[in-house]
Write a protein that binds this ligand. Structure first.
Ligand SMILES: Nc1ncnc2c1ncn2[C@@H]1O[C@H](COP(=O)(O)OP(=O)(O)OP(=O)(O)O)[C@@H](O)[C@H]1O
Length: 268
């Protein structure tokens, strides 16, 4: 049987003696669209940083396609098929759209020859053509020469995703992609990410907007105080008693309370 694309086992992490991730285990299957959700401070960003190698876990293991990557540096995880976007856009504002995508291509460069590619005119032309092709496939080819800083926020968010895609990942980690977007931009981003998923890229998304999560993701993992409290279909996450309690801080025993809790999760 194929191993899961991403597998976490017994992952724990402390900062200064305070454990913020406790014994977390879950799988992300290839081709899936998984949401990582939970109340503020639940540990979602920390877990993302552990998965992408920004932090090293104190206990447990993280495997990509069955290979233990626990000791592999963040940069090398990109070469193994993992890329991420950031909560705050990390594009180079004064470079053009195409140049930003080329930086994403550079991130995947594994060999010395790859790293030297942009130093030759031929290499630069090849990368530029690839970047422009990718922008075209993603419907963003109206902006290639424009400086990123001049573009609307919703477009910059998409470009941030395409920059991560330029590293040709199998697994794309997206940290609050819908944050700061209006409902129209959020719907457009959801469609955009669904198209990316259809090309075979597996998604793992940290997101607060439950409407966005429900429209995009089929699988949800919920964290609360650094522990996993739910791991299952997105469709039933809002009915789960542990999830309701996590968002409300108490267990709901009647319908009115459950309904208001669902709204609470919706608004979270
Ligand atoms: N580098 C750090 N040093 C110390 N404590 C940290 C560090 N990073 C995170 N924490 C703590 O870990 C806990 C989890 O934070 P984290 O940012 O992972 O939560 P989150 O679920 O992403 O929250 P939010 O939804 O608000 O972004 C918090 O109590 C936070 O203060």
């Amino acid at each position: 049987m194929m191993p899961p694309l991403l597998a976490l086992q017994g992952v724990s992490k402390s900062f200064g003696g305070l454990e913020v991730i406790t014994d977390v285990a879950f799988n992300v299957e290839a081709g899936g669209r998984t949401a990582l959700i939970g109340p503020n401070g639940a540990g979602k960003t920390t877990l993302f940083n552990l998965i992408s190698g920004v932090y090293r876990q104190d206990k447990g293991s993280i495997a990509l396609s069955g290979e233990d990557i626990s000791d592999i540096a963040s940069r090398r995880r990109i070469g193994l098929g993992m890329a991420r976007s950031f909560q705050n856009i990390r594009l180079m504002p004064h470079l053009s759209v195409t140049e930003n995508i080329m930086l994403g291509q550079q991130a995947r460069a594994g060999s010395l020859a790859d790293m030297l590619t942009p130093l030759s005119l031929f290499g630069r032309t090849k990368w530029r053509r690839e970047a422009e092709e990718l922008l075209g496939r993603m419907g963003l080819d109206t902006y290639p020469g424009e400086v990123v800083a001049t573009l609307p926020y919703g477009i910059r968010k998409k470009i941030e995703v395409v920059r991560a895609l330029a590293a040709s990942p199998k697994l794309l980690l997206l940290d609050e992609p819908a944050a700061g977007l209006n409902p129209t931009e959020t719907a457009a981003l959801s469609d955009f990410l669904a198209e990316i998923a259809e090309t075979g890229v597996t998604l793992l998304v940290v997101e607060h907007d439950m409407g966005f999560v429900r429209s995009l993701c089929d699988h949800a993992v919920v964290l609360n105080f650094g522990r996993k409290i739910y791991d299952g279909p997105t469709g039933s996450v809002q009915e789960d008693p542990d999830v309701l309690e996590a968002y409300l801080g108490r267990r709901n025993r009647n319908e009115d309370a459950a309904a208001s809790a669902r709204e609470g999760i919706h608004a979270a």
